[in-house]
Design a protein around this ligand. Sequence first.
Ligand SMILES: [Zn+2]
Length: 224
Amino acid sequence: MAIDKLEQLRKTVVRGAQEIYSKGLVEDGEGNVSVRINKNEILVTPTSTKYNMLSPELIVHMDLEGNIIGSGKIPSTEVKMHIAVYKDRPKVKCVIHNHSPYISMLSVLRKGIPIIMEQQMIFLGGEIHCTEITEAHTEEMGTSALKALDRNNAAILANHGAIICGKSLDHAVRFSVILEKMAKVYWGALQIGDPLRVPNENLEEHEKMFNSLFACYPKRLRKT
Ligand SMILES: [Zn+2]
């Protein structure tokens, strides 16, 4: 890949990371953002990211075997989970992991989010699932994240946070914001009563929109 294209992608990672920071989805030193360069290589934020200090040269260039290529700092220890998603989902161009507050609350309850609003179907793919409990920074966490993602663009990581993926960085940032909003609405609704699920018959068109515009699950999960 041309060096200027790589530089551009490094800047894209910085932009995405600073966007999720400015939206309050991560605190300094936590969370991570990666983008795909090609079939076998990615760029990922460094470990213990200080979001306001992040610059393109600090972004780490890696292959999907976990090797560091060229310059950059040490990658996030959570990169194994990003790699698991890129390996399983060829369409994915960006992975975001955060510890946003409302998702974190649901994560400690190990609770998913039923389809409570139509936009959840359109952008995220439907009911959000929570993983089994696994140890952070392990390959097992990647496997369990893939299982919870199923056909969706986001999942809750038990007692930890969220994983979000998309066909572009802008998609993944947008999905991260929507996921946190869904968690906040669900949490708030639970304080008042029993949240009601959107009926299936209202979701068919929204599912079509998800599949044509935003879905990035692998072919084997296509419904026949
Ligand atoms: Zn984490």
